[in-house]
Design a protein around this ligand. Structure first.
Ligand SMILES: *Cc1c(COP(=O)(O)O)cnc(C)c1O
Length: 234
């Protein structure tokens, strides 16, 4: 299992490096967040041993169970990449270094309330709907500026940037317009709010190279890392 995982990880890292080279970007300007929602704690342990530093989960309960079985965070930075219910915020703040999926003010307010109580600011991204697909979470452009204006006032919520999910596509090139849109949104929002918004969380297994070319700083990659891995699911 370890060798298969190493091979997949080497391949993803190699493709990341090549995409950075093509785009004229420094290799360390893009971070890999291994999305571990489909694998169990033993795989997370192996990833950490192979030098992965950041992992992502899309459900609070699953992340919690996994962390309990691991007996700690293994020195990894844990990212919440899925939809977050307000009533799970308290647990989420204990588990995650960053929340990628803030898409409404009520959620930001609850994060503020809990983060203040814990005496520690929380780093978040605003999830944007760049495709207009109704099934996708996230705010559109006018909502984004309005949301940022209000979230900026929350002392314990630190907005680091934006996140998006492209639609499922056959050809990675088809995802490019959505990533380009997020980059432009960040630029507009920077101008409108003065926030640095340096982080762009975009690109998954199907399209991460295109995301790098369009300015991604964080890739959320799952299935490409776990190909051919004979392991029970999480
Ligand atoms: C599962 C998931 C990913 C990773 O998707 P893959 O196609 O497996 O790389 C990225 N982002 C989010 C929000 C996810 O839920």
């Amino acid at each position: 299992m370890r060798e298969v995982l190493r091979r997949n990880l080497d391949e993803v890292r190699g493709r990341m490096a090549a995409a950075c080279e093509r785009a004229g970007r420094a290799p360390d300007s893009v971070r890999l967040v291994a999305v571990t929602k489909t694998v169990g704690p033993e795989v997370v342990r192996l990833l950490a041993a192979l030098g992965v530093r950041e992992v992502g989960e899309n459900r609070v309960q699953q992340a919690r169970a996994k962390r309990e079985r691991l007996g700690g965070d293994l020195g990894l930075r844990w990212h919440m990449v899925g939809r977050l219910q307000t009533n799970k915020v308290r647990h989420a703040l204990r588990l995650f270094a960053m929340i990628h999926s803030v898409d409404r003010f009520g959620l930001a307010q609850e994060i503020e309330r809990r983060a203040e109580r814990q005496g520690q600011p929380t780093h978040v991204l605003i999830q944007c709907n760049t495709s207009g697909e109704e099934t996708k979470a996230g705010v559109d452009e006018p909502e984004l500026i309005r949301l940022l204006d209000r979230v900026m006032e929350l002392e314990h919520v630190r907005v680091r940037g934006l996140m998006t999910m492209a639609p499922i596509v056959e050809d990675p090139e088809e995802a490019r317009p959505f990533f380009a849109r997020l980059r432009r949104l960040a630029k507009k929002a920077r101008a409108a709010t003065g926030l640095p918004l340096g982080e762009l969380s975009m690109g998954m297994s199907q399209d991460f190279e295109v995301a790098i070319e369009e300015g991604a700083t964080m890739l959320r990659v799952g299935s490409a890392l776990f190909r051919d891995l004979a392991t029970p699911t999480a």
